[in-house]
Design a protein around this ligand. Structure first.
Ligand code: SF4
Ligand code: SF4
Length: 371
């Protein structure tokens, strides 16, 4: 039975959707969006679902995840319904519905709570880090009133909690997409081919490149390396490269002074990409270069600044190691770097970051029906 929620539009507005219910279905947004195909009439269709209060249909749809927030539709909407912002809000809503703890809901709907949670985690991570250096003077002071084992074990539980929440969210999304999967498409693309198409999109961002193709687009004719698709590519691959480099470092116990070790080279190149990408993205949001960049949520800012600080402090540490500088400034930078990096990992399941899992899954289902 189809359930209609009359308060759904108001709920989506709490996640950042504007006056999307002002939409009068003219179709301009679908006409201008390069991802609107014969099988996917979006963003118009998803707007309809939101206006009708069809919550379940939204949560079992791949469409919100096919959008790259280029904002072309928003620029052309005669009703200022903000279809681009609407889709971003739907993605936030979906992340908070897939994830089971309610923490994402709190973070997205309540910016002060988000700041409080972030600060709380930062303080706790600071304590947790000292459990790795129990002989440190500050660590000894902390353990006087909070036992080492409590902090250390709690830290491990929190990391496990994040991993389980993410796994639950992914499973929840897959179950819903499966239910909604088009059974009428008999000649589906093979599973391996669909996976290949997803990986290829992650590598080339070809779909993202299709955005901003309009004659009057702000980005048309601009160098490729400053275009949003490349900024996104730089942030994504920079972060993945840094994760791989850190893991290799950890597994092979890379001697910290060996700059030419492969994982160090990978880390350096990835760090440069990430700093470049985040600097550009922060700059675009700061200068509000287009309509879509002019409305940034606290979660958008925090996510970008965290990545940027993690990159910059990472290079500080690399340089300090190379120069053999072990002083109080470097120790503080190390603390900041590690807290921010761990916080990014901890908030993975509960923040905008989670789209790194959800979008590829949606793309997989989308490609499967593309025969
Ligand atoms: S362009 Fe605006 S009014 Fe027209 S269908 Fe899209 S959202 Fe609705
Ligand atoms: S923001 Fe861009 S990609 Fe998303 S629906 Fe609008 S035009 Fe399409």
């Amino acid at each position: 039975m189809t359930k209609i929620d009359p308060h759904f539009a108001d709920e989506l507005k709490k996640y950042g959707a504007k006056d999307f219910d002002a939409c009068f279905n003219c179709g301009n947004c679908s006409a201008v969006c390069s991802h609107s195909e014969k099988t996917v009439s979006f963003p118009r269709m998803t707007l309809r679902l939101g206006m009708l209060g069809l919550k379940k249909d939204i949560l079992s749809s791949v469409e919100p995840w096919l959008c790259y927030s280029c904002g072309d539709c928003t620029e052309t909407c005669p009703r200022q319904a903000g279809p681009g912002q609407y889709l971003a809000a739907v993605r936030r809503y979906a992340i908070s519905e897939y994830e089971p703890t309610g923490l994402t809901r709190l973070i997205f709907k309540n910016p002060p709570a988000f700041v409080a949670v972030t600060m709380l985690i930062a303080v706790f991570l600071g304590f947790f880090l000292f459990t790795l250096k129990p002989e440190h003077e500050v660590a000894r002071w902390i353990f006087n009133w909070l036992p080492y084992d409590v902090i250390h074990n709690l830290g491990l539980v929190i990391f496990g909690f994040t991993g389980l929440s993410m796994a639950w969210g992914v499973l929840s999304m897959i179950i819903r997409l499966n239910r909604n999967d088009d059974k009428n498409v008999t000649s589906k693309v093979g599973i391996f081919k669909a996976i290949w198409m997803v990986l290829s999109e992650a590598g080339t961002m070809d779909r993202y490149k299709d955005c901003d193709a309009e004659e009057d687009s702000h980005w048309r004719g601009k160098p490729w390396y400053i275009q949003p698709w490349f900024v996104h590519w730089s942030i994504m691959w920079g972060f993945i490269g840094l994760l791989v480099a850190t893991s290799l470092d950890f597994i092979f116990k890379d001697p910290a002074t060996t700059i030419w070790w492969p994982s160090r080279i990978l880390g350096t190149i990835s760090g440069l990409f990430m700093i470049f990408g985040t600097s550009q993205a922060i700059n675009y949001r700061w200068k509000k270069v287009t309509l879509i960049y002019s409305e940034s949520s606290p979660a958008d800012w925090t996510f970008l600044w965290f990545l940027w600080i993690a990159g910059i402090t990472g290079f500080w540490l690399e340089t300090s190691v190379a120069l053999g500088a072990d002083n109080i400034a470097t120790q503080l930078v190390f603390l900041v770097h590690t807290i921010i990096s761990m916080e990014l990992v901890l908030l993975f399941a509960f923040s905008k970051f989670a789209h790194a899992f959800y979008r590829p899954i949606a793309l997989f289902y989308h490609y499967r029906n593309q025969a």
